[in-house]
Ligand binder design. Structure first.
Ligand code: AKB
Length: 325
């Protein structure tokens, strides 16, 4: 099947942590007017609102999404709308509905409207307690114990099914915890690795909801955006995998992160009060083998713990000085 060349992009979840920065990166790359940002009910940042088109739409409302695909002549979708792990445990039905029924709407619309490409994010949440915890292989046991994880494994499987059955070019990766300074994450388990910076800058202290020994794979937002754009640009002939690439940039315990922050803010103190999210964190890998991504589309992160911490503190410090935190 010969596909049209890339014209217009639709991003769902554009008010979210990754969506906010992805929209801006895509607008820079493909032109402001060619990237339609959409969200369910939260307004995106002023930057997103003022730099190009924005529409409210719910991915569970298939007809409304289709109207936008036609109105803006969309041929590529980044489906970033999702309910994350912690909220997903509170509202498992909503999590399934958005992450799976919403995804199936997007995939069906992509097939029916002959779209060129779809990005479907997965997560380290696809793994579970029976998965090897260290250097988790690309091919391994996928038996998550959270609803979010169940939707992520199902999302990978249905994406690969649509690829085989309908020839739809779907790509995706298992995001680790993403650390950023534009839009706060909402409702995830790895949120502590972002909150800790905001609290360190504002209040010089943070009470963490997982214990100090908790180690999870993480990535700084510039690497996350680079990985996402690079995978979507890769030659399809070089890809053996499609929607389930392991990717990572660093792994650290909360105590190691707190110590790194103390190098910049010596007064900073971190205390620990684990809640239900500890169990979720304990069910995920500590580190990831991302050699398939490195081999198939040249994935290579730029930020490690020290470089990411320095940049986070600099960016958030400036925002704080301007009263914008
Ligand atoms: C979460 O913590 O739920 C997310 C994720 C790892 O997918 N950040």
């Amino acid at each position: 099947m010969v596909k049209k060349s890339m014209k217009n992009i639709l991003v769902t979840g554009a008010a979210g942590q990754i969506g906010t920065e992805l929209v801006m990166a895509l607008r820079q790359k493909f032109g402001n007017d060619n990237v339609l940002a959409t969200g369910r009910k939260t307004k995106p940042t002023k930057q997103v609102l003022n730099s190009g088109p924005f529409e409210f739409v719910n991915i569970n409302d298939k007809e409304s999404v289709e109207k936008l695909i036609k109105k803006y002549d969309i041929d590529t979708i980044y489906n970033m709308a999702a309910i994350l792990s912690a909220v997903g445990e509170d509202r498992p039905g909503l999590c399934w509905n958005v992450n799976m029924n919403g995804l199936i709407n997007i995939l069906d619309l992509a097939v029916q409207n002959d779209l060129t490409r779809v990005f479907v994010p997965s997560s380290i949440a696809a793994f579970g307690p029976e998965t090897p915890k260290n250097n988790t292989p690309q091919e391994t046991i996928l038996k998550p114990t959270t609803m979010y994880g169940v939707t992520k494994v199902s999302g990978e499987l249905i994406s690969d099914y649509y690829f085989q059955k309908f020839g739809l070019d779907i790509r995706g990766m298992r995001y680790p915890g993403i650390i950023s300074n534009e839009t706060l994450p909402g409702g995830g388990t790895t949120d502590y690795a972002v909150e800790i910076f905001y609290e360190a800058i504002k209040n010089k202290k943070y009470e963490c909801f997982v214990n100090k020994d908790t180690v999870l794979p993480m990535m700084y937002m510039p690497d996350c955006i680079k990985a996402t754009l690079d995978l979507m640009d890769a030659e399809i002939s070089s890809l053996k995998h499609h929607s389930d690439f392991n990717v990572t940039a660093m792994s650290f315990s909360v105590e190691e992160l707190a110590d790194e922050i103390k190098k910049h803010i010596p007064e900073f103190r971190c205390t620990y009060k684990p809640d239900f999210r500890q169990k979720i964190a304990d069910s995920w890998p500590r580190s990831i083998d991302d050699s398939a991504a490195r081999k198939e589309w040249n994935w290579k992160p730029e930020y490690n713990l020290a470089k990411m911490t320095e940049d986070m503190i600099q960016v958030l410090g400036k925002k704080h000085e301007k009263g914008k935190l």
